[in-house]
Design a binder for this molecule. Sequence first.
Ligand code: A5P
Length: 229
Amino acid sequence: MPADVIQLKRAAAESAVAAVRDGMVVGLGSGSTAALAVSALGRRVRDGLRVVGIPTSEQTGVLAREAGIPVSTLDENNDIDLTIDGADEVELGSLNLTKGLGGALLREKIVASASRRLVIVVDEAKLVQCLGTRTAIPVEVVPFGWRVTAGRLEGLGAKAVLRLGSNGAVFETDGGHYILDCSFGPIATVERLAERLDRVVGVVEHGLFLGLTAEVHVAGSAGVRVLAR
Ligand code: A5P
């Protein structure tokens, strides 16, 4: 990843971490930008901030422990004050999101839904007029009969591609599921598509995060700006 992009991601992450207050239960997102937020939060913890982190993936759990952040589970702390997470696309205006290119969308959505405030951290390249413009929509499916599920998703108008890992084997999520990356092109009616995806048997969850975002910290060459709903 180019150094200037990392710098933007770090700026967005640090801006969001500044919103964390003493005593908060904090959802910890997944992906490269969320990882920078975990590092920044770890620095504040080392300076005396008291928080409990709820990781959205096994990988983030490891990073959080390494950063010195006390970690718990959603079952033990189901009232999350604030979650900081990345996104693959942010729709201007609605602040609806596409998430899941990192493969953690199921736990991310569960944690986001249990949070009072979902704060998204992105560089400005993630802003779109319409979801589906930059990325396919990741859809997490049960491995059993996944080809049948893929056929049903294609019936909704997608080109569905089974995600592979860097070793060429089928990618498996933390929950042991597969991901079908579904290209729909720009999506005019996301609510309708989300409802249709929810109804497909074999779909565990999809990467359309609608109506969940409270604010987005966007880093660009002119600095960080905050978009709020
Ligand atoms: C992880 O499953 C994703 O939802 C990530 O939050 C998303 O892919 C953003 O990742 P980056 O910050 O690495 O772009």
